[in-house]
Design a protein around this ligand. Structure first.
Ligand code: SF4
Length: 231
């Protein structure tokens, strides 16, 4: 992409601890078409308002920490190029989650739910002899590979219309439990099935496909939920 200068109008939802409700603030920013949205946020912070707050770490689509809602769509701020955006942008935190400050969501409840599906290996066999590995063939790995690409950004969980009561496991977490159940080395299916298929698990899914549409890693999340229903 040839770099071009763009003048963006950026509307950002602001919220400080103690505020009764969020407010919108508008910035004019000159950016290159090859800049990412996270670069635009940093430019605003460095040049116009150093109180602007968002969360990011690797900024290369791996850590999953900079999930935001851009013009109504959940995405990662580090994966959106200015060249692919319109001149006016509205940035909000991921909807449906408590806001800590500005664009930063509180993900602690989601990580508490994450533990419920035991997203770790529950070995189905005794440990291998010393210095030996639990062998898995490539074809066995392929069974869950798409779901292992999840970076826990929770863009899907936030986008799901079926998770508005607050007690739902949510798509990312159901998929994490499913992924472990599909691992050929794992023996925890019975332990996980009850929670995955509970009233707050797959029972709530109405197959809107918003989870798949929101995933910045292009993971077929809705397919994972469907497979979890059939476990
Ligand atoms: Fe993020 Fe996709 Fe994982 Fe959902 S499935 S948490 S959208 S990476």
């Amino acid at each position: 992409m040839k770099a071009e200068k763009r003048l963006l109008t950026v509307h950002i939802q602001r919220f400080q601890p103690g505020d009764v409700k969020p407010r919108m603030q508008t910035f004019q920013v000159e950016a290159s078409s090859t800049n990412r949205l996270v670069d635009v946020l940093r430019k605003i912070k460095e040049e116009q308002d150093d109180t602007l707050t968002w969360r990011s770490s690797c900024e290369h689509g791996i850590c999953g920490s900079d999930g935001v809602n851009v013009n109504g769509r959940n995405t990662l701020a580090c994966q959106v190029l200015v060249g692919n955006l319109p001149d006016a942008i509205t940035i909000k935190p991921l909807p449906g989650l408590k806001v800590v400050k500005d664009l930063v969501n509180d993900q602690s409840q989601l990580f508490e739910k994450y533990k419920l599906v035991k997203p770790w290996l529950i070995p189905k066999a005794d440990p291998p002899a010393q210095n030996q590995e639990r062998i898995q063939m490539p074809a066995e790995y392929e069974l869950y590979e798409p779901f292992a690409r999840c970076i826990l950004c929770f863009c899907c969980s936030s986008a799901c219309p079926s998770t508005k009561r607050g007690d739902e496991l949510t798509p990312a977490i159901i998929m994490a439990g499913l992924k472990q159940c599909l691992d050929s080395r794992d023996g925890g299916l019975e332990e996980r099935r009850a929670i995955l298929q509970s009233e707050t698990g797959t029972d709530r899914c109405r197959t809107y496909f918003e989870c798949s549409a929101a995933c910045p890693k292009e993971i077929p999340v809705a397919e994972a939920i469907a497979r979890a229903k059939r476990l």
